[in-house]
Write a protein that binds this ligand. Sequence first.
Ligand code: CTP
Length: 420
Amino acid sequence: MASPASEMEFRLAQRRILLIVGGGIAAYKCLELVRLLKKHGVAVRPVLTRAGAEFVTPLSLAALSEDKVYQDLFSLTDEQEMGHIELSRSADLVVVAPATADLIGKAASGLANDLASTILMATDKPVLVAPAMNVRMWLHPATARNVAQLQADGVSFVGPDEGEMACGEFGPGRMAEPAAFLKAILERLGEAQVIEAQTGPARPRGPGPLTGKRALVTAGPTFEPADPVRGLTNRSSGKQGYAVAAGLAELGCEVILVSGPTALPTPEGVTRVDVETALQMEAACREALPVNAAVCVAAVADWRPEVIANHKIKKTGQGGVMRLVENPDILEGLAKAKENRPRLVIGFAAETDDVEANARAKLKKKGCDLIVANDVSSGVFGEEDNTVVLVGRGGVEQWETVSKAEIGRRLAAKIAEALA
Ligand code: CTP
């Protein structure tokens, strides 16, 4: 059996960081950091700023990381290989080291005029920043403001350390030493594992049984506004839908995930389209067509307020009545589409009793090919596990209780079989 230490190393072996090397004398420490990270099984993809290239060469970074070094926002070759948006999401963690006053300022004010700052704006991954600059620059109120802003935005920091600086002054501003820096990175990657546990670990991606196929997945709740601050929604966490999207992507499928508001990270290799209302979700689904398979996991609100007030609705002391209108049924629309009907249309059903009978009725009414039904009487919203029964035209299949991630993988395998 693997020891805890080697298990940790194994998990880290699947971890990747995007390292943005800024322009400061401390850039040389990044070379040691890359070496240490590689030794711990963490893959490093370097991005070198123009100023950073004055201090370390692309060649040393490429040799130590054993990866390509990205330098330009407008590089045709780079964009053909991997677009800058994709690059910004191609790792589990984005690390900026050394983070100069300029880079910190740009990130805090949302500027995006080169590759590094664009990545920091476009990424949906956690960001760890290691500042390094002259002590006066670090203590300047503008830097303090920018650091506070980034912290409020959820960015974490390591260092700076206090000590003698390359410029001869003394004080805070030295970049964290590689060993302490490594620890901070491993800790952040460890935190990422908690998020990952919700949707299941990423598996190595490559050509799979669904390569060349395209799928649409809806997930999460919808939010139907009543006025600028209120609305109708439900308790769906989106976990099951995200797990289905992840399962399909793992098998090489091109996945468009149309998601209502959730707090989940986008699964690797998945294109996510964020929507709020059922009408927006319906439009985004139509836009995603043609697809080979559509899996509707979203808990779409059945109704929406007939009128959305422009102003916050005020109390009158007399209660009130809100008129609701029915939302379109997205699943039914896809299953009964005259044009571009996906070959496979799958729905989910949340039932509190007579699970199988109700699922069978839903299959017929909505015209889909399969209903994945779950019993929500004991509460499944937000949980990690799920118990489902698959009701298709050909028969019924009861699955034992497994994680939502596992259901996502098994369903993806079934879809691959059906589309083969
Ligand atoms: N669904 C949809 N659009 C809607 C309502 C539901 O696409 N407006 C989809 C869900 O994504 C799910 C399936 O329909 O795949 C079943 O949803 P469920 O809420 O169980 O069924 P309802 O049709 O709302 O029926 P009821 O609430 O009466 O059980």
